[in-house]
Design a protein around this ligand. Sequence first.
Ligand SMILES: CC(C)(COP(=O)(O)OP(=O)(O)OC[C@H]1O[C@@H](n2cnc3c(N)ncnc32)[C@H](O)[C@@H]1OP(=O)(O)O)[C@@H](O)C(=O)NCCC(=O)NCCS
Length: 265
Amino acid sequence: MSIYEFRVDGHVDEHWATQLGGLRPDHHGDGSTTLTGPVADQAELHGLLARLRDLGTTLLSVRAVPEPAAALRKLDWPARTERLVLRPGTADDADAVFAYRRLEQVARWITELPVDEDVFRTRFATPQRLADTLIVEHDGRVIGDLMLRVEDAWAQAEVADGGRGVQAELGWVFDPAQQGHGYATEAVRELLRICFDGLGLRRVSALCFADNEPSWRLMERVGMRREEHNVRESLHRSGEWLDGFGYALLADEWKAAAGVQDSGA
Ligand SMILES: CC(C)(COP(=O)(O)OP(=O)(O)OC[C@H]1O[C@@H](n2cnc3c(N)ncnc32)[C@H](O)[C@@H]1OP(=O)(O)O)[C@@H](O)C(=O)NCCC(=O)NCCS
């Protein structure tokens, strides 16, 4: 079973999607639609291509969504919390994300200060970037983005297979206009549920500059543990070598904490 993404010209409605075996339609600003869903084998893939042809669609592209992005997309979307909606990112989110990532107070803590909107759009729309990106919405508006990058654990050669795709690196960037309301805490708690409950991962980790107190306080609020203090190991664009912190959380720690919360409720 693989996840496939068919991009077609025009806006395909839910009725068509049903005829195509329940593929999920996502409409894009350029007038195209991606239809995403599981495909059992080559026979089913060829059947879907024939149905798309019979429906008279103009097929723009077909691709197998690479694992582990496929596992993430197989989950039920959107995910909802009390105040927020989390969903996979699409190329159409680029402008909303650029609007806050380009701000100096945001960019000073993250890998890149995006300057040119067109360059940002192109990079944001790459399958690799979108595969790791979740969007956080409040009242229908994009307020932040999350990174969920599934990766292999370090493992000795003889057991390397057992370490494949078992953990994730996490990240978060929120619009400063939306900070201070607990939205990041609420979104990252849901992100942890997605990692441990949804994807069955065994460990998550996150890195930040030691000076980025809002970020490491967020990690501590959601129960992550400080595991590393790296001294002057990261070069900031200011030219300074800065200290970094590494945080992590194991699935069984998360489950134990969730159990404590449940019994106390
Ligand atoms: C890191 C970042 C997401 C943290 O944002 P944040 O606003 O501090 O986090 P939250 O949304 O969870 O809000 C928490 C604050 O809201 C307050 N709050 C209000 N209502 C709340 C609620 N219902 N639940 C929890 N906290 C609430 C908390 O007391 C806390 O305030 P404090 O910092 O004064 O103690 C944000 O600073 C950011 O995007 N920074 C730029 C990008 C960045 O650094 N990314 C990380 C790179 S490693």
